[in-house]
Write a protein of this length. Structure first.
Length: 300
């Protein structure tokens, strides 16, 4: 009985240490989540302004495209025009490590289902992975990666991801693929995220009527077309970067939730072990009393 009591005490002590670690990790993830949410809000201000300028620049071109389709001899940026899809590009964003609950598994499971439903062979798509978990997952299944990016910081700056987002837009312009989707978990709140597939290229979400709602007017130097040739790739890059920031926020929220769950489970285990310990201790005391009483009775 004594050995059993010591074993239970050791399990209680080790579980308490584990709960302290998971509780600390929960607080770290919470701090990262707060910073990431603030970063995301700041970026949305920038993204909104870029969208406003791009919408102004493209308003007339979009009207022409929507009303009569692309016309010969007119300079339309390739990022605005849908073309026949021979290959599809995917940027899949996962974390680099674990301890984030079902964050990665939900992304990868739905990605594989989507690839199976939409494509008959790997020749029909180009895969780009952000995050080591996704990169290793696809490689293990024989899916070639056009590019992979690992070990992103907790609050990634644009310079950190510039190479991959610039490469993605360049590959589209060079017709390596004919449309580009970013697949990731969208952050809703600290407890909820949602798998999202967003079409980044061609840029099809600009509404020419939206330009009329903006009060700001612009003077352009050099021409609209020259500015647009430089601004549209930047706009596409900002959309991809925004998805990365959103995914990182969801990752921190998932990490915080996972560590909270682990801490709560550890507390429940400690409570159950404490009850077992008290019962075992009570049983040992009862047995000792019984033996003493029996011994005293034998002497009589």
């Amino acid at each position: 009985m004594g050995a059993s009591l010591n074993e239970i005490k050791q399990r209680i002590a080790s579980t308490k240490k584990t709960s302290q670690i998971t509780n600390a990790m929960q607080m770290v993830s919470a701090a990262k989540l707060t910073k990431s949410e603030a970063h995301s809000k700041q970026f949305q201000i920038y993204a909104s302004k870029v969208r406003e300028v791009v919408t102004h620049l493209t308003a007339q071109q979009l009207n022409d495209i929507y009303s009569a389709g692309p016309q010969d001899g007119v300079n339309y940026n390739s990022m605005l025009i849908s073309r026949p899809v021979k290959k599809t590009g995917y940027i899949v964003i996962t974390s680099d490590g674990g301890l984030v609950g079902g964050y990665n598994s939900s992304i990868l499971k739905q990605m594989m289902s989507m690839l199976k439903e939409d494509h008959t062979s790997p020749e029909e798509y180009v895969m780009i992975a952000i995050g080591g978990t996704g990169a290793d997952f696809f490689k293990a299944r024989g899916i070639d990666l056009a590019y992979e990016l690992r070990n992103l910081s907790d609050q990634p700056g644009f310079e950190e991801v510039r190479k991959i987002v610039t490469m993605a837009t360049t590959m589209y312009q060079n017709e390596v693929f004919d449309e580009l989707y970013v697949c990731y978990n969208h952050h809703i709140n600290s407890l909820t995220s949602q798998f999202r597939v967003e079409k980044m290229l061609p840029i099809v979400d600009l509404d020419p009527e939206e330009a009329e709602s903006y009060e700001q007017e612009y003077l352009f130097e050099p021409s609209k077309e020259e500015i647009l040739d430089h601004l549209l790739p930047q706009y596409a890059e900002s959309l991809i970067y925004g998805a990365i920031v959103d995914a990182k926020t969801a990752e921190h929220a998932a990490g915080m939730t996972a560590m909270k769950t682990a801490t709560d489970n550890a507390k429940n285990i400690i409570a159950d072990l404490t009850i077992s310990y008290n019962r075992a201790r009570q049983g040992a005391i009862t047995q000792e009393i019984t033996e003493i009483v029996a011994g005293a009775a034998a002497l009589d």
